[in-house]
Design a protein around this ligand. Structure first.
Ligand code: GLY
Length: 361
């Protein structure tokens, strides 16, 4: 078992990583949010058998469990879904001290987290991520929110969970494409803050893709340590936390222009990492070996190396609309060497176009 503690000025919580952790969910929730009742909000795709394991553990710990089934998928990460959940919580008579447990991937965690931040002006919530992407990134650090027709994650809050419970066994039933998406965010964390994490991914790739629970637990642990460090130093993204956007300026433009669902988010991030490395190399920030290493890692994770991208004009316009534009300047996080990145907002359109060419099919 490993525990990573996140200490912020206003709260402290633990991320528990252990094969079998779901069977201990009830005791973990009771230790940080004791009450008579709780809400278990789950994506039905993970409800069996993991939802039942979680429910039984909560019952053993003395909770009356109100179960709420969420509609799966990014298209349900909306204010309408949030309103429907408020209705279910009201009907179940959940109170201000009743914790909410989010069991699912990033969409579930982000939506339930936003509900928790606003229902009765804020109730305790526990993240139980069931995808690799949510385990290594979305469940840690307190970014919660939903999409609007105008863009992704435009409504939200920084609202920290009271605990994160990660059971790598659930990854045994995760589709291969989804596993690859989590590997993309893991490669990102290695590039921006932990060269040994890149070594681990390279060395143990076949065990990771073969769902070896110990290899996955080690991977998740190292990722959470990187993410926790960044969040503890800059919870509200006034500086270093923006480094977590490595590859995302490209990825968001890919998703926005190719349609959400064509490529999964992690697949777009894999492409974005290659484009960012190409851009860094072209502008003299990093050497060719780093670009080649990243390409090889993305390929070994089973992620695409190219995509049928639209024209530059379309991509450029999408980049300008990204919410990471500051003072009308596009800001890129670029790799300098393994474990170190740098922010740049002075890049030419020609350089950016060359980066797009490097990943265009
Ligand atoms: N996923 C990026 C962040 O948490 O800041």
């Amino acid at each position: 078992m490993s525990v990573v503690r996140i200490e912020l000025p206003h709260c402290t919580y633990d991320v528990l990583i252990e094969p079998g952790a779901l069977t201990r969910l009830g005791e973990v929730v009771r230790a940080c949010a004791p009450h008579k009742r709780c809400g278990l909000l789950a994506d039905p795709a993970v409800a069996q058998p993991w939802g039942e394991l979680a429910r039984q553990s909560l019952v053993r710990a003395g909770y009356g469990v109100a179960q709420v089934a969420l509609e799966p998928g990014e298209k349900h990460k909306t204010l309408a879904a949030v309103e429907r959940i408020y209705g279910a919580l009201a009907e179940a008579r959940l109170e201000r001290r009743s914790p909410l447990i989010a069991l699912g991937g990033g969409v579930t965690g982000d939506t339930v987290g936003f509900v928790a931040a606003t229902w009765l002006r804020g109730v305790p919530f526990v993240q139980c991520p069931t995808t690799l992407l949510a385990m290594v990134d979305a469940s840690v650090g307190g970014k919660v929110g939903v999409n609007l027709p105008a863009g992704k994650n435009l409504v939200g809050a920084f609202y920290q969970p009271v605990a994160v419970v990660i059971d790598p066994r659930v990854l045994g039933t995760l589709p291969a494409r989804e596993l690859g998406c989590g590997l993309a965010e893991s490669i990102k964390h290695g590039v921006l803050g932990d060269p040994a994490l890149l070594d681990l991914i390279e060395r143990r790739m076949s065990e990771l893709r073969g769902r070896d629970p110990q290899a996955l637990a080690e991977l998740v642990h190292r990722n959470v340590v990187v993410k926790a460090g960044v969040v503890m130093r800059d919870e509200r993204e006034s500086g270093e936390r923006a480094h977590l956007n490595l590859g995302h300026t490209f990825a968001h433009a890919i998703e926005a222009t190719m349609g959400y669902g064509e490529l999964l988010h992690g697949e777009a991030v894999g492409l974005g990492l290659i484009a960012a490395a190409e851009l860094a190399h072209r502008t003299g920030l990093c050497g060719a070996p780093l670009v080649a290493r990243l390409r090889a890692l993305v390929a070994a994770a089973g992620l695409p190396l190219t995509a049928a991208l639209p024209d530059d004009e379309v991509l450029w316009a999408a980049m300008q609309r990204d919410k990471k534009v500051a003072d009308d300047r596009l800001r890129f996080v670029l790799p300098e060497r393994e474990g170190r990145v740098r922010m740049r907002d002075d890049l030419s359109r020609a350089d950016v176009s060359a980066a797009w060419r490097a990943i265009r099919a």
